[in-house]
Design a protein around this ligand. Structure first.
Ligand SMILES: [Ca+2]
Length: 506
């Protein structure tokens, strides 16, 4: 009797000890990463960031992600424009070292250079990139990649992959999500950890909502920013010379779809189609100008933008639901961010590029199961050059010396290193170019910001702006003329020089 029972008892003990061990094994295995990314998504239109648009409840799924993870309210970019931002994200280097200074073909992206996904892949991770990357040429370092051509379109997008170009029918935000879920469920090797980049085109200009969402927000009045009617008094020639004004530069045809598009073929290929017929009919006899026209344009712009965000958020909900159903949620980091911020009428503007807060800053939300504290808020100065090193650190992969950021892993675990950065460096290069924002560079800390505009069409080839962000968070009062000989400005100039040396700009 005893001899027969003994093996059974042994087996039961073995099973129970395996069951106890299992959770530990799971937590020890390397986490998966899903990096959901958007193009031009302002922090002002994410509920969890609060602000004047909070009551519209624009992003319930993103807000839930923030409540379960960590939200960063001081995350910035190094060059606020689409392709250069992505180049910095992949390489962990600023534009002057990764070579992608502008969106133009004058500065092509060199895919052969070091990028974080190549290193992740060598260190046991499966890598996938689906959606908008805005860097011409074939992607490298991905087991699977399928990307929009250039800016891509909102409807029936063409995607490029190893199999060439293919067109898909439907709304692009949905399609990018469908493809990502398909990769997660059917295409990846389920024995390996993965890093998936799910990168949307939305909510980039020209803000084409899904047909089903066109009546959302129709009956509400979107609150205006206090500085919608900014006259740029105190600012340098750069603010006066830009061409990103909602009143003057946002067009009624392609941008706002209130009148027939100037170029019907272009409009149709971008999805600006018959879905706007009713709107065109409504505004065909429009006769407004000045402040009244600006107010109306602002409302239409904001509503289309928010409708595009609605699709993004709805699709984030689909991804989170899939992770839960599949059990992947337990060991998958979900990170959300954008390539830069965007003006939602602040200073009377749309677009980005300036070092002012709304475009310099970008959203960042990270949920790392078992590591980030639910509902935590971080206010350290972090920057998009930090992302590459963060991914490598998470994967326990080597971090190359020449990357210029800092891993966010200690911050995500709630322990900001004592020597964390106190100043940020910024540099924008694309001038002459779209929206005529002059070249500039600058330094910002949590309290002050010093900007140097330079080059062509800048008065005397160099003009400065200085802001006290505590007293003037909307950056309406340039203190430079008043304080130019102060010790504060001298100190900031010295710090700027130090940063330029540190980042090898000089
Ligand atoms: Ca962008």
């Amino acid at each position: 009797m005893r001899t027969k029972l003994f093996p059974l008892l042994f087996l039961l003990l073995a099973i129970s000890s395996y069951a106890q061990e299992k959770p530990d094994r799971l937590s020890e295995s390397k986490p998966n990463i899903i990096w959901i990314f958007t193009d031009d998504h302002s922090y002002q239109t994410i509920g969890a960031y609060g602000g004047r648009l909070q009551d519209l409840n624009p992003t319930p799924n993103l807000d839930k992600l923030a409540s379960e993870g960590m939200i960063f309210n001081k995350c910035y970019v190094e060059n606020s424009i689409c392709a250069p931002s992505r180049a910095a994200l992949l390489t962990g280097k600023m534009s002057h070292l990764n070579g992608k200074f502008t969106n133009t073909k004058k500065h092509p992206f060199n895919h052969d250079q070091q990028q974080f996904q190549k290193i992740l892949r060598k260190n046991g991770y499966q890598t996938a990139m689906i959606g908008k990357i805005h860097l011409d040429g074939n992607m490298q370092g991905f087991d699977y990649w399928e990307v929009l051509l250039g800016q891509g379109s909102y409807v029936n997008p063409v995607l490029l992959s190893d199999n060439g170009k293919n067109q898909y029918e439907g709304y692009t935000t949905d399609i990018i999500t469908d493809k990502s879920l398909d990769w997660l469920e059917n295409k990846r090797d389920k024995d390996k950890p993965f890093m998936m980049m799910l990168h949307h085109k939305a909510p980039h200009r020209a803000w084409v909502p899904k047909r089903e969402h066109l009546s959302l927000y129709e009956d509400i009045e979107v609150p205006e920013p206090d500085n919608l009617f900014d006259d740029y008094k105190t600012r340098t020639s750069a603010a006066h010379g830009q061409t990103m004004s909602i009143l003057k530069d946002m067009n009624l045809n392609r941008d706002l779809k209130m009148t027939p598009a100037e170029n019907e073929y272009w409009a149709k290929t971008k999805g600006i189609d018959d879905r706007f017929d009713a709107r065109r009919e409504k505004y065909k006899d429009l006769d407004l100008e000045g402040d009244e026209l600006l107010k109306l344009k602002y409302q239409i712009y904001m509503k289309d933008y928010l409708r595009c965000i609605y699709s993004v958020d709805e699709n984030i909900g689909r991804v989170l639901a899939y992770l839960k159903e599949s059990g992947l949620d337990k060991n998958t980091i979900v990170m959300y961010s954008s390539d830069q911020g965007f003006y939602m009428g602040e200073h009377g503007w749309f677009d980005k590029r300036f070092m002012y807060e709304e475009s310099f800053r970008t959203p960042l939300i990270v949920k790392w199961p078992g590591q980030t504290k639910a509902g935590s808020v971080n206010s350290d100065l972090v920057q998009n050059i930090d992302f590459a090193e963060t991914f490598l650190d998470i994967a326990d992969a080597p971090i190359p010396e020449d990357m210029q950021g800092k891993s966010l892993v200690p911050i995500l675990k709630g322990k900001t290193p004592k020597d964390w950065r106190e100043n940020l460096y910024y540099h924008y290069y694309e001038y002459p170019g779209a929206h005529s924002v002059r070249q500039h560079e600058g330094i910002a800390n949590k309290r002050y910001k010093l900007i140097r505009f330079y080059g062509k069409d800048v008065k005397n080839e160099e003009e400065w702006e200085f802001y006290d962000l505590k007293k003037d968070p909307s950056e309406m009062n340039n203190l430079y003329p008043k304080l130019k000989n102060s010790s504060k400005i001298s100190e900031m100039k010295r710090e700027l020089l130090k940063l330029k040396k540190h980042y090898k700009v000089i």
